[in-house]
Design a protein around this ligand. Sequence first.
Ligand SMILES: Cc1ncc(COP(=O)(O)O)c(C=O)c1O
Length: 455
Amino acid sequence: MTLSTRSVSLDAPRVGGDLPGPRSAELLARQGRRESNARTYPRHLPIAIAEASGSFVTDVDGNVFIDFLAGAGVLSLGHNHPDLVRAVTDQLGLLTHGLDFPTPIKDAFVEAQLSMLSPGMRDRMKVHFCGPTGANAVDAAVKLCKTATGRGDLVSFQGGFHGSSHAAMALTGLLEQKQPVPNGMPGVHFFPYSYCSRCPMDLSPDSCDTNCVGYLERSLRDSNAGVPLPGAVILELVQGEGGVVPARADFVRRLRALTRELDIPLIVDEVQTGCGRTGTWFAFEQYDIEPDVIVASKALSGIGTPVAMILYDERLDVWAPGAHTGTFRGNQLAFAAGTAAVHVIRRDDVLGNVGRRGEQVADRLTELAVNPWVREVRGVGLMWGVELADPLSGRTAGALARRVQARALRAGLIIEVGGRDDCVLRMLPPLNVTAEVVDIACCILIDAIEECCPT
Ligand SMILES: Cc1ncc(COP(=O)(O)O)c(C=O)c1O
C-alpha cells in the first residue's frame, strides 16, 4: 500500500487575514447549528482543520499553525508520524477490531508497554484494556480497587481532573462540570494538593513541611475525622487540566508511604503525564515510588487511534470474568501504532528530546519573570504552564489568558488554557518537536503575553 506524503514540508507558521478565515467560519457555523452546545476547543480556537503534519496543522483557509495542543497531549510523535502511519496502514488490511481476543499485534503492544516498566514492576503488573478513553480507564481503576478492598470511599485531590464520565467527574475538582449534574458518585473526599504558589493551607513552600499531605494523614488516622478508610487514593503527578501543577516530591513520597502503611491502593492517573510526556515513560518514576495502579490512555498509540488501559499489581486481580467490559477494547490499529511508537521513541531518543526541549522552554520563558501579570511559570518535560494573575489582587486572570491565547493563535501558535478560572496558558507540544519549532513557539507566546499584559 502506498502512503500519501505531503509535498510541502512545514517549518514555520503562516497566518493571513482574520481568524476564522471564510471557509473555517462556514464550517464552524455549521458545527454550531448541528453539534452539541458542549463542544469546547473551537470556541476559543476558531479554526476548521484540513490536514496536519508533525508539529503543524493547516486550516481549511490555508493558514498554518504550530500545534502545541497536540490533540490534548495525544499526538506524542506529532501528526501522522510516517512510521506510525505505516504501522496502521499495514494493520488495516489484516485486522482492525478484536474485542479482547489475543492477537499478535496486541501481544506485541503489551510486550512493548511492559518493557517500559522497571523489571520489578514488569513482573507483577497485570494489564486490563478498557473502553478507549481515559475516563473509562479511571472508572475501571476505581472499580478494581473498590472490589479488591471492599471499601467504597475514595480520596481525590483538589484541582485534579480525571475525565467526564459520571465516576471520573465525581473524582474531578472542577465544579463547573459537576454542579449541573445531580446525584454524582458518592463517597469522594477531596484533599488539598501541593499547589504551592496558591497553597491551600496558606503557607510558604519553604516552611510548610508539606502540611497538605500531613492533613490527609491526620484525617485518615483520626477516628473522628469523618473519612472512612478509602478503597483508593487517586492522584495526578502533574495536574494537567488543573493548570500544570507538578506535585512536590515530598508530598508524593509521604502519600505513597501513608497509603502503603494503611493498605490503601494508590492509583496514579497518568492519562496525560504518561508515555513520555514528562521525560520518563511514566511520571511516577521521577518520584521514586511504585503505585498500585497506573491509568494510561491519550498518547498510548502516539497517533490518536484510541486505546486505554490500566496496569495494576497482581494482588488486586480479584475481578470476575467480565467485571469491566467494553466493545472497543481491541483496537488493533491502536496496538499497531502504539507498538511502533515505543520503537520510535527508543530509536530516536525521544525521551532525551523531551528533557532537552523542556530545558529550552524553561530557559526561554525565564524572561517572563519580569512581567507582573505572570505569577508563575512551571512545568516538567514537555508539559508547561504560565499562570496569569492580577499583580495587585493576586486574583486569577482568566480573561487575560484567553486574550493571550487568541493573540498567539493569530500569530500561528495553538495553545490551550487551564487551571482555576482558565488562567494558565498551557503548552503540550509533540515529544519529538524540534528546537527550532520550540523557539518560534516561545517567541510567539512571549510576544503575545507582552502585548496583552503590559508591564
Ligand atoms: C489526567 C487525566 N485523566 C483523565 C482524563 C480523561 O481522558 P478522556 O478525555 O480520554 O476520557 C484526562 C483528559 O484530559 C486527563 O487529563
